[in-house]
Design a binder for this molecule. Structure first.
Ligand SMILES: Cc1cc2nc3c(=O)[nH]c(=O)nc-3n(C[C@H](O)[C@H](O)[C@H](O)COP(=O)(O)OP(=O)(O)OC[C@H]3O[C@@H](n4cnc5c(N)ncnc54)[C@H](O)[C@@H]3O)c2cc1C
Length: 388
């Protein structure tokens, strides 16, 4: 067992840390208020090569891997969880193509995202299906060689700015998950529209959108992998592989919140001394550090497993453990850090109320905490997760 990062991973971490301090931190509060996608931050990531970390070198990325992405996301989320999502969105819609796409599709679509030529979004959730993703209702009906898509997708991160989306639709409504296929849909396709942008509690710098597909016609070259019925598996592998990265958003957020509160506690006086001298406050910080360090190890281990190719069903429980623990930890640490500031923590003059609102998103997206427990419990019951 070794805990050292590689030279490349350290470099990525340092680069992300620098961009986070110089470009992300000064913009974080403003993005939260304006609710506008931060194109400047996206371009800063692009300019230092952070958009292609999970995209193989052969297709224009750096192929550094999911642990590298987790490291970068952690640094950015210390100041702005939404900007961490901007980075994550370079992987979420591209992993289905990396895992299941044809050679031509990889060549055509992946490099665009890695180089910042195109933004993409991942469309699974619908009005009547979230956790139960296989109940999705969007249809893709064969018409000659083409497919015609009809349906609606909800809460799609980056949906308002995407140049193409990866959308999952039923090509065979009689065969459950096996009837689901993945499609690449350019957003300038006739019949595709952004029906609305959500008003939401947190992570407001990355708009989520309601997307409508009305008789959207795509050629057979846009069916991911060229084979029907593979979409559910592509979507699940994608979600499995990125669960540690959602966890990394939580770890970074918690580190940022704790550090901010610690600096505050050193200055704020009560009963004639800094509140940082009070043991009750010190123990709150000790608990935060324990939680952060435990979560960070789970997240790094999960990301490392993915980079070893271990992101299929038999390894899913470790990825779910990392996601559930790190995101719930982020909610708790953000809440405790806010508490340290007293009334000031509740005010928008400080970033802690934003961290707290942002943290609440993390236990819902890419599989709720309850769904992670379903995965973990199943692994225990089926003896995939054993302690011999
Ligand atoms: C800000 C934001 C951004 C998002 N971005 C995207 C995106 O980019 N792309 C995308 O496709 N989706 C996106 N989503 C959707 C997200 O993935 C879903 O919200 C999530 O999967 C949960 O689905 P749901 O909201 O429909 O809840 P439901 O599935 O309706 O669940 C409601 C409640 O029931 C619980 N529950 C459901 N099933 C079970 C079960 N079997 N056992 C125990 N409890 C259960 C859930 O945990 C939850 O508490 C986003 C959501 C948000 C809030």
């Amino acid at each position: 067992m070794q805990f050292e990062l590689s030279e490349e991973q350290r470099l990525i971490q340092e680069t992300a840390r620098r961009i986070a301090k110089e470009r992300v931190a000064p913009r974080a509060a403003e993005m939260d208020v304006s609710e506008e996608y931060p194109h400047d931050i996206y371009e800063a990531f692009r300019d230092v090569g952070l958009l292609g970390l999970t995209i193989p070198e052969a297709y224009g990325g750096s192929g550094s891997g999911v642990l590298s992405l987790a490291l970068a996301v952690e640094e950015v989320a210390k100041y702005c969880c939404a900007s961490g999502l901007v980075l994550l969105l370079s992987a979420l819609p591209t992993q289905p193509i990396v895992f299941g796409g044809s050679e031509d599709q990889k060549n055509q679509w992946l490099e665009q995202v890695a180089t910042g030529a195109a933004k993409a979004a991942f469309c699974l959730t619908e009005p009547n299906s979230g956790s139960d993703a296989s109940a999705l209702e969007t249809r893709a009906v064969r018409d000659g060689d083409d497919y015609v898509l009809n349906g609606e997708k909800m809460y799609i991160s980056g949906g308002t700015v995407a140049d193409f989306v990866v959308a999952f639709a039923k090509t065979d409504s009689s065969s459950g998950p096996k009837g689901i296929s993945g499609f690449i849909v350019p957003t300038d396709s006739p019949g595709f529209s952004v029906a609305g942008q959500d008003r939401k509690m947190g992570v407001r710098g990355v708009p989520t959108a309601n997307l409508v597909f009305k008789d959207v016609r795509v050629g057979p070259d846009l069916l991911i992998g060229g084979e029907e019925g593979k979409g559910f598996n592509q979507a699940m592998l994608t979600l499995n592989s990125l669960r540690p990265v959602v966890g990394a958003r939580g770890v970074g957020l918690a580190e940022g919140a704790m550090t901010y509160a610690l600096n505050f506690a050193r200055d704020r006086e009560a009963f004639g001394k800094p509140i940082a001298d009070l043991q009750a406050i010190q123990f709150m910080f000790a608990d935060m550090a324990i939680q952060i360090e435990a979560a960070r190890l789970l997240v790094y281990q999960g990301a490392w497993l993915v980079d070893q190719g271990k992101y299929r069903r038999e390894n899913a429980s470790m990825l779910s453990i990392a996601k559930a623990f790190a995101t719930e930890m982020a909610v708790k640490v953000a809440s405790d850090a806010l508490q340290v500031l007293g009334a000031q923590g509740y005010m928008m003059d400080h970033p802690l109320e934003r961290h707290y609102r942002d943290a609440r998103q993390l236990t819902i997206v890419e599989g709720t905490s309850q769904i992670q427990r379903v995965v973990i419990a199943r692994a225990l019951m089926e003896r995939e997760l054993v302690y011999p």
